[in-house]
Ligand binder design. Structure first.
Ligand code: P5A
Length: 444
């Protein structure tokens, strides 16, 4: 990709309407464009990052045996009336009438729809567990959409649903998602802490929010600092080890605002381990038994001949919110450098030639280098604009391309000036650079 032909509308300065760094950066480097309040178009740079995040989320869902489906964004009000949530959901639900005056809605979540799909096909305990997920747009008419795509009205969510024969099996499914979430956020190089949480309009009494620390987050959290030292390496998908994994995290007091009780916090956490701070909710998981299966009559035959309602849970990740959350966690606003994890960076390599109007040898060299990386599967971009090198470097620091090759005046011979973002340059050959990049790719 040549930047002169790309659709990357970069602004000179931070837009004044944006209050937090992720919103500022996303507008500044042209990742998104607002189309109306809380509704955004995703431009090439932002879309690419979101799609890469989506793919990591997908891979980790598949690893625990979840099967991908795609449900529509528009749903019929009937199933919501069956569950009793049509009225309860209130003004956050966008209601639409079609030409036959049927009541439709833009889905804010899919518990009802997926239960309807399940009940039409699965009749026996022998087909359980079923773990189904999709990655689809949602709409919630939030009272106060703000911070760009962090709290918006139309957003992209991975939502999964589990169906089991008993409470015990359902908790096993819950724990599979618990593990899968820890692994997903780790691959995105985020420290996301599972915290006991309120269940709100989704329901149930077992729930965890996955929260990353950020001053600009909207969730207030109360936690024992030691939870940050835990990790989930080596956990296998087996009942006991998953239960132990969850217990390992649950041994430390860690709750959101709604669950906070001062006396409990002070009793369970010593003064030096107390942390009261703010965070961004990037995922939320729920166990709610037969809250939907009972009213929607989703039951299966049991081994002993009886029937029972399936036990369900649901599991959400804010895929579009993650783009902003990762910026909040990784953007250095003093140095104006965005450090995307390599696996989700908008490009893997930036080739930055010094352009000389009377001599196009540096551009030719840059094009050859670009071709070399292109055939070797590296996603590179050339800055072929007539600008000085330092502004090109600044621009790519902002965009957050993790590696740069700088082709200046003195650049001849086999050695190239190669730089990892935010670090000092080195002189390396093409093959040495390719090795470094391939190693990065293999890490993921
Ligand atoms: C779980 C999956 C649910 O909706 N039903 C299906 C359950 N949970 S949730 O917590 O309400 O949402 C899941 C995640 O979606 C993100 N999210 C948002 N992102 C951007 N803007 C919003 N307005 C918004 N609302 C929710 C969050 O990451 C949340 O954890």
């Amino acid at each position: 990709m040549h930047i002169s032909k790309s659709f990357i509308p970069i602004l000179k300065n931070n837009p004044s309407e944006a209050k937090i760094k992720s919103h500022q950066l996303m507008l500044r480097v042209g990742m998104i464009k607002q189309s109306s309040a809380g509704i955004y178009s995703w431009l090439p740079l932002g879309f690419k990052v979101m799609k890469k995040i989506e793919q990591i989320v997908r891979e980790e869902q598949n690893k625990i045996g979840a099967q991908e489906i795609l449900m529509p964004t528009i749903q019929s009000s009937e199933i919501w009336k069956e569950s009793g949530r049509y009225d309860d959901y209130g003004e956050e639900m966008l209601r639409i009438n079609d030409r036959q005056n049927r009541e439709m809605l833009y889905g804010p979540t899919n518990e009802e729809l997926v239960t309807d799909i399940f009940r039409s096909s699965i009749k026996s305990y022998k087909s359980l567990p079923q773990l189904l997920y999709h990655i689809q747009w949602k709409f919630r008419d939030e009272v106060r959409p703000r911070f760009g795509i962090m709290r918006c009205r139309e957003f992209y969510m991975k939502d999964a649903y589990s169906f089991d024969v008993s409470d015990e099996e359902a908790v096993f499914s819950y724990n599979k998602f618990f593990l899968s979430y820890l692994k997903t956020f780790k691959r995105l190089e985020l420290t996301a802490i599972p915290m006991a949480a309120d269940t709100g309009p989704i329901g149930g009494n077992l729930s965890h929010e996955f929260i990353i620390l950020a001053d600009t987050g909207e969730s207030k959290i109360f936690t024992d600092k030691r939870i940050f030292d835990l990790n989930s390496d080596g956990s296998i998908i087996e009942k006991n080890s998953l239960e132990n994994l969850r217990k390992k995290f649950e041994q430390y007091y860690s709750v959101t605002d709604e669950k906070f009780k001062k006396e409990e916090f002070e009793k369970e956490v010593s003064v030096e381990n107390r942390l009261i701070t703010k965070g961004i909710e990037v995922g939320h998981i729920f166990y709610f038994g037969d809250k939907y299966s009972k009213p929607l009559n989703a039951s299966v035959d049991l081994p002993e001949g009886k029937k029972d309602f399936v036990k369900m849970g649901s599991y959400g990740i804010g895929v579009s919110r993650l783009v902003g959350a990762i910026i909040e966690a990784k953007y250095d606003d003093k140095e104006e450098i965005m450090k995307w994890p390599f696996a989700i960076a908008p490009f893997e390599l930036a080739i930055l030639p010094m352009i000389n109007k009377n001599d196009n040898s540096t551009l030719e060299k840059a094009n050859k280098i670009f071709e070399f990386f292109n055939v070797n599967g590296i996603d590179a971009i050339i800055d072929d604009m007539d600008e000085n090198l330092s502004s090109k470097i600044k621009k790519f620091n902002l965009i957050g391309v993790p590696f740069q090759i700088i082709i200046g005046k003195k650049s001849d011979g086999d050695l190239l000036e190669f730089k990892e973002i935010g670090k000092d340059p080195q002189n390396l050959t093409l093959d040495q650079i390719l090795k470094i990049l391939i190693k990065q790719k293999e890490k993921n």
